[in-house]
Design a binder for this molecule. Structure first.
Ligand code: ADP
Ligand code: MG
Length: 466
């Protein structure tokens, strides 16, 4: 029997040609620590470049959030969380002891909303939420203040305004790039006659960080691993060379890194395979969001699909058969990869379900299923290890904080659900940070943090004395 260097990629019963193809994939997708170290170095260089000048690959956008919640604040605040897949409207109640309760309603983004009517759709959902709870203010009542989490790159111009830089993650609504997204939403709310005022605009990473900070004063960084990926962290204002605004009394500001764009200008450092290039070329944003496309939920299934078809076309998988489903772009959801990775049944029955039911291929062999699982492991592990690159680069940028407890709040379905994503990420990060500092770092799931954080920012905006 042919065998691979890494036992996990030895396919029992494979022909030598099949095993050689899997070994080729393993070589492409498995990244050595040495390779990751080089990417971390470049990531740091790109961070510095973005701190110095506007319009660089890592945009390092000042968020205008300069404070930290204390955890003792109380009251109820509202928020809208616009992600890549869902929209949520929330009422968040702060308990004064770092805890929150939320009441929320989830609305899947329709294709029409994603491509045309987004802001009217959002306004309609806000209306539904308030109406169903009898909260809609009448003419005499004061307007409801809401925070807006908006997870697309925005050049922030104040705590409640900012212009859209570009769409990402599959949204493509004409007439929005270059315009103030709060204005666009405020106008749509007005069209419905809704007495709602957007008082804070935050990126989802900034929201995640603030929600972690409400319960934990050591929170320093917020990350999203969901449809897309991005991160935010507290930076000393003196380190933000391009910042021309007033120096806040806290001396710090949250930066929205927009890290999904890393390496998009020259494609020089990330480990692009032909399968990544194919995805990029066919995406609605070619040559953009290169890092995001190797890491986040929207893309991993599609990378796997490209790999599968590459093998099918060489008759190395599924006896050379495909299906209408498998031929369609984006047809493999990243959650199918999760299912295969966790499948330890002797006949890989979960994986069989995915191949035969979801992908609509009649009959799969045990070899087919092992190969599918191997692909899922390779694509997922590369994502988790590359995620550690951004984490290490960002945390070591604030080396001044590393000798005290430091908390990283993380939200998103990839982090929550992809098997071992969290352990691979932290294990990989531990290889690049001295043990004495690494043990101070806590990675926590800031579930629904992006929305909760917008409500907290609305609270901070309401009590702002600066
Ligand atoms: P958003 O980015 O819109 O806030 P989420 O954090 O829920 O939304 O992320 C949605 C993404 O997570 C989708 O791309 C989906 O494919 C992926 N996803 C959902 N469930 C899983 C899972 N079990 N394993 C891996 N990825 C998943
Ligand atoms: Mg989200």
């Amino acid at each position: 029997m042919a065998s691979s260097i890494d036992q996990r990629f030895t396919i029992v019963g494979a022909t030598p040609e099949q095993q050689a193809a899997i070994d080729t994939l393993a070589k492409q997708f498995l990244l050595s620590d040495e390779r990751l170290g080089e990417i971390i170095k470049e990531f740091r260089r790109r961070m510095e470049e973005g701190l110095a000048t506007d319009g660089k690959v890592l945009k390092m956008i000042p968020s205008y959030v300069t404070r930290r919640p204390l955890g003792t604040e109380t009251g109820s605040y509202f928020a809208i969380d616009l992600g890549g897949t869902n929209l949520r409207v929330l009422k968040v109640t702060l308990d004064g002891h770092g805890g929150v309760t939320t009441e929320h309603q989830k609305f899947p983004l329709t294709e029409e909303a994603k491509n045309r009517t987004l802001f009217d759709f959002v306004a309609q959902c806000v209306d539904t939420f308030l109406d169903e709870r009898d909260l809609r203010p009448s003419g005499q009542q004061p307007a409801i203040s809401m925070g807006l989490t908006f997870s697309y790159p925005v050049q922030q111009t104040s705590i409640n305004s900012g212009t859209l830089v570009q769409w990402t993650k599959g949204l493509n609504v004409p007439g929005c790039v270059g315009r103030d997204v709060v204005r666009l939403l405020q106008d749509a709310l007005l069209r419905l006659g809704l007495r709602v005022k957007i008082v804070a605009l935050v990126n989802d990473t900034v929201g995640t960080l603030l929600s972690a900070a409400y319960s934990d004063p050591a929170a320093q960084m917020g990350i999203i691993f969901g449809t897309g990926t991005n991160a935010a962290y507290y930076e000393n204002v003196t380190n933000i060379a391009k910042w021309k605004g007033p120096n806040p009394s806290s001396g710090e500001m949250v930066l929205n890194m927009e890290w999904g764009a890393f390496d998009s200008d020259d494609f020089a450092f990330l480990p692009f395979t032909p399968h990544d290039i194919k995805l990029d070329r066919k995406s609605i944003n070619p040559r953009k969001q290169a890092y995001e496309k190797m890491i986040s939920g929207m893309y991993l299934g599609e990378i796997a699909r490209n790999v599968i078809l590459w093998l099918v076309d060489q008759r190395m998988l599924l006896d050379g058969r495909s299906s209408e489903v498998l031929n369609a772009m984006w047809s493999i959801d990243t959650s199918y990869l999760s299912a295969a990775v966790t499948d330890t049944s002797p006949d890989l029955s979960e994986t069989r379900q995915v191949i035969e039911k979801t992908m609509d291929i009649c009959n799969s062999t045990h070899v087919d299923r092992q190969i599918f699982k191997a692909i899922a492991i390779l694509v997922g592990e590369r994502s988790a290890r590359l995620s550690a690159v951004g984490v290490v680069a960002t945390l070591t940028k604030r080396a001044d904080l590393m000798n005290k407890p430091i908390t990283v709040g993380i939200d998103g379905s990839m982090y929550e659900n992809y098997p071992s994503f969290d352990t691979i990420l932290s294990e990989t990060a531990s290889h690049f940070i001295p043990q004495s500092q690494f043990r101070n770092i806590k990675f926590t799931l800031a579930k629904d943090g992006s929305g909760v954080g917008a409500a907290i920012t609305a609270m901070l905006a309401a009590t702002d004395d600066e």
